[in-house]
Design a protein around this ligand. Sequence first.
Ligand SMILES: NC(=O)c1ccc[n+]([C@@H]2O[C@H](COP(=O)([O-])OP(=O)(O)OC[C@H]3O[C@@H](n4cnc5c(N)ncnc54)[C@H](O)[C@@H]3O)[C@@H](O)[C@H]2O)c1
Length: 367
Amino acid sequence: MSTKAQIAVIRGDGIGVDVTNATIDVMEATKKKVGGFELGYNDIVAGAGYYQETGTDIEPEGETAAGNADAILLGAIGLPAVRHPDGTEIAPHLRLRDIYGLYAGVRPVRAYPNGPQKLSDPKAAELDMIILRESTEGLFYSAAVHNRDEICNNDEVRDTMRITRATTERLHHFAFKLARKRKERGGLGRVTCVDKSNVFRSMAFFRQIFDEIRPEYPDIDIGYNYVDAQALDMIRQPWEFDVLVMENMFGDILSDLGGGLVGGMGMASCAEIGDTIGLFQPAHGTAPDIMGQDKANPLAAVLSGALMLDYCGEKLGCQAMSDAGRLIDDAVYSGFEQKRLRPMEFGGDMSTSAMVKELVELVGEQS
Ligand SMILES: NC(=O)c1ccc[n+]([C@@H]2O[C@H](COP(=O)([O-])OP(=O)(O)OC[C@H]3O[C@@H](n4cnc5c(N)ncnc54)[C@H](O)[C@@H]3O)[C@@H](O)[C@H]2O)c1
């Protein structure tokens, strides 16, 4: 057991910097409130701005430094106008996923009271599910940053959907264990396998492995959905779902849809977990249209910080850290309940800095 977590901090570009600073402020307030643990930070510079200055996307030995921490906190990286000669954007974080095998992308979709729900059905107020996105292979296996194109010339380009047994087994086990943990806290205890197994062999293999693993979790309900039907159900009856497990690209798309259901990208938190380390970041990007204006909603990043504290608590055997993660969740919930959190993203009047101030107060008031 250790009571100190060392966090590698990559602020990145645009609003990534603002929302990371906000997260650290809220975590520090929570640390003070809960007590019994320490957080250390080491900054790693990376991103499109750094690439413009230096021609490289992350500081020397940055990847190693990130891997040496207990967890990585990342803001957002990339600016549309800054690109590699092949036209792709600066994305060193995709490499981090690959190097550290961060296969389990956890993306909560949760509605908050008085929050900006987009569906008129009153059941939408109970929305609480997790999109579990495999994050190292699938259709991102040949993402430009990895240089694994099968064919890439001026006549044809092919990208590859890669599903391996080793990663898929770990992913499905992760999904079932997560559903079990959520069931203990009142969740539905259900895992839905989202695929396209009617058409692609890779996806039939993904489902086959799901079926092999499910008997080990008899306490958890299961379901299946093709990804196109899942998109429909995310609008028609999203409250029926608990943990949705899927390959990388499907998860990329459906998690944005999930973020939209509960208001916008500013609510979309994210954890990417491997066997040795986890990376925590909001699912949104650098929002160039609002950067430098103190308008970003910091909640996706702050809620990612809560996921990080929960992860560090479990990893280091420190209950106080996990309690701190829960306390941040509770503070956000009660902030919406009392209408004290009104981000500009949802037409509210609160800047990023006003949101942080209020969150720090809310943290202090939690019991
Ligand atoms: N993981 C990452 O670092 C990551 C993820 C996605 C996009 N990007 C990069 O970010 C840049 C912009 O991409 P994009 O415009 O497609 O996506 P984006 O998420 O940055 O922005 C999409 C829209 O959502 C809004 N938005 C996003 N986060 C918000 C927040 N916290 N508060 C209020 N509004 C918010 C933006 O203002 C914009 O209108 C690109 O360079 C892209 O490559 C990075």
